[in-house]
Design a protein around this ligand. Sequence first.
Ligand code: DQA
Length: 142
Amino acid sequence: QSIWVINGPNLGRLGTRQPEIYGTQTGGDIHAVLQGEHPQWDIQWKQSNDEGEIIGWLHEAIDGAIPVVLNPAAFSHYSYALRDACAMVTEAGLPLIEVHLSNPAAREEFRTHSVISAVATGVIQGFGADSYRLALAHITAR
Ligand code: DQA
C-alpha cells in the first residue's frame, strides 16, 4: 500500500531554506526517517513548485485510493484550486492530513489562515519534521 507525502513550493530546498524555521533535514532525510519507521508502507515523497502538478497528483491519489500527507506550503494560504482538489480526496473517503513544519498560527498574519484546513481530515503543525511522523502515525493507526 502506497502513501503519498506531497510537498508544495520551495520545500525542495529543505535543509538550506531558513533552517532556523524549517530545520536542517532535507526532504530526502525526512523521507528516509518515515520509510524506516513504516516498512509496511510504500512511502513516496513528492515535491512540486507547480500548483497544477500537485492537483494532478491529488486526482491520481483518488483514482488509486492512496492516503495523502500534504504540506501545501504557501499554497495553503490562497489556493482555492488546491482546496477543491483536497476536498475531492476527503470526499472520496481517503485521509488527507495537512502538515506544516513551522506553526503558521504563530507567524506573519498572512500565514494564520489556511484555505485547505476546512477540507482536510486534520492538521498537524509546528512540530518540525515530527509533523510528518505524527501524520503517518495517524494513517497507520486508522
Ligand atoms: C509551511 C508554512 C507556510 O506558511 C510556508 O509558506 C511554507 C512552509 C511549513 O511547513 O511550515 O512554505 O507550510
